[in-house]
Design a binder for this molecule. Structure first.
Ligand SMILES: [Zn+2]
Ligand SMILES: [Zn+2]
Length: 390
């Protein structure tokens, strides 16, 4: 206020556009649902096309997130193309979500607008079964609710729609805190590829000085190399492709074995403590079992569409070797992984793409032509239309 100027009288009427004052007895107006611009599939052969998704108004425990980046996972390709059974179309994929909180429900006190947060592969689970109570929601005995293409029992059996979108609404229990020192685009793939490789290494009880074998050097494999190195382990990469030898060493691998070279595989015998096998095509595991030391373990993370060649039990029995599977990680462990990555400065190697490059990115992903993860910049998705498609 300039000294000497008279104080203007109070306005008799609110200025145009000013919301009317409410007295304390009135409750807040109900939050409204919002439409999000998205890209997704409308049929198995449609490719990815622009869509508009209806996002529910945040309920008491909900966090609404303005999505900034979403990683492209190989599962997204299988799901949208109907290669894992027939999904309900339209289907918006994406479960490597990073963004900022835009609104929170009345009961949310652990997240606030502006916070950088993430959402991975699950947005709900029963919260009551033994696995959920153990913090292993990914193994929910009543079936976890996937981030896309799943029936959302707590929200009127709506089909969940994923992160190739400008916003999403998720219960706070399934929202993760993204450490501020990490590049948000490069964090996105940690929410699937990162936790999928982190969880079995922790479950095995990996210790500094152990040796980890990584089979396959794609999105999952490159995260396995980085995480195992950050945990203080030695890393040997197994690959069928000579062209990946230099790339594996650039990522920090201590050695690379061409898996078709029988002499090299024999030389690697009994040198490895735990193998992270990321290959999703059927392949013979027996040569890998021979590289494991006593009490070693092989974790299979890729899900082949067909059966694997038979396992020779003798190889397992003679050195008490375990053959196991593993599926992503629980919410608490995913947060632990993000905090570990912040401490050790681990992120994914990413190529950021716009919406108009999604279909080409899918083809390149299938061809293995990416180092090592595509990430969608959701600011390229445009604006939602007036009516929702899903
Ligand atoms: Zn994934
Ligand atoms: Zn459960």
């Amino acid at each position: 206020m300039t000294p000497g100027r008279p104080v203007p009288p109070p306005l008799a009427k609110p200025l145009p556009g000013t919301p009317p004052l409410r007295d304390a007895s009135q409750t807040a107006p109900p939050a409204l649902p919002r439409l999000a611009a998205a890209f997704g599939a409308t049929a198995s052969g449609s490719g990815l096309v622009p869509l508009t998704v209806a996002r529910r108004a945040p309920k008491d425990d909900d966090v609404e997130i303005a999505i900034e980046f979403c990683g492209l996972c190989h599962s997204d390709v299988h799901a949208t193309r109907g290669e894992w059974g027939s999904p309900k179309y339209p289907l918006v994929p994406g479960h490597e979500i990073v963004g900022r909180v835009s609104r929170v429900g009345a009961a949310v006190d652990d997240f606030a607008p502006g916070d950088v947060v993430g959402v991975g592969c699950l947005v709900d689970s029963c919260r009551e079964c033994e696995s959920c109570l153990d913090g292993l929601e990914q193994y929910c005995e009543n079936g976890m609710t996937g981030t896309y293409g799943a029936t959302d029992a707590r929200n009127g059996d709506a089909i969940t729609q994923g992160g190739y979108a400008t916003s999403v609404v998720v219960d706070r229990r399934y929202v993760l805190r993204v450490p501020g020192n990490l590049d948000p685009a490069a964090v996105a793939p940690l929410l699937c590829a990162g936790i999928t490789t982190y969880s079995p290494l922790r479950h095995f009880g990996l210790e500094a000085g152990d040796v980890v074998g990584v089979v396959g050097l794609g999105g999952l494999g490159h995260m396995a190399v980085k995480l195992a190195k950050a945990m203080g382990a030695g890393v040997i990469v197994f690959t069928t492709s000579e062209s990946k030898v230099a790339a594996a060493k650039e990522l920090g691998a201590d050695g690379v074995v061409l898996s078709r070279d029988e002499a090299a595989m024999a030389a690697a015998g009994r040198t490895i403590d735990v193998i992270i096998d990321t290959v999703a095509a059927p392949h013979d595991l027996n040569p890998y079992f021979r590289t494991l030391r006593r009490d070693g373990a092989l974790f299979q993370l890729g899900l082949p569409s067909g059966l694997m060649p038979p396992v020779n039990p003798g190889a397992l029995i003679r050195r008490r070797i375990a053959y196991a599977g593993s599926l992503i990680g629980g919410i608490a462990e995913t947060q632990e992984m993000l905090d570990f990555c912040a401490e050790h400065n681990v992120v994914s190697d990413v190529e950021v793409v716009g919406a108009d490059q999604l279909n080409e990115a899918y083809d390149r992903m299938v061809a293995g032509d990416v180092k090592y993860r595509f990430v969608l910049d959701t600011s390229t998705l445009g604006t939602p239309s007036e009516k929702a498609d899903a």
